[in-house]
Design a protein around this ligand. Structure first.
Ligand SMILES: [Zn+2]
Length: 111
């Protein structure tokens, strides 16, 4: 299970905390309150990030198209020339966007 983040409203900002309240809790992010932006919505989105990421990882690991591999065969095998056993693969179209979002959250480049 991923960690839990919590939003606490302060007079001028929303503070996203990580850890157990009153013990190991520390601020992860600050979302200033601006009249032109829905700061509370942004703060809730940031606070939900660990759960969103954890859920996304579970979903791509059980992708019904690529079975969690992230790739599928590019074209039917029967179209390969006789004696040709290598198969090209392509990024799974069903979970590719989710994998890119996970890579972005990890600070990784995604091919
Ligand atoms: Zn997939």
């Amino acid at each position: 299970m991923s960690e839990q983040w919590e939003v606490v409203e302060e007079p001028n900002e929303y503070v996203i905390f990580n850890g157990e309240r009153g013990t190991s809790q520390f601020a992860v992010a600050y979302v200033p309150k601006y009249a032109a932006h829905d700061s509370a919505e942004h703060a809730r989105l940031v606070a939900a990030a660990p759960e969103l990421l954890g859920t996304l990882k579970l979903m791509v690991a059980s992708c019904p198209v690529c079975e969690g591999l992230g790739e599928i065969e590019d074209g039917p095998e029967y179209l390969l020339p006789i004696g040709e056993y290598t198969q090209d693969y392509m990024s799974c179209p069903h979970c590719s966007d989710a994998r890119q979002a996970i890579a972005k959250a990890r600070g990784e480049e995604h091919p």
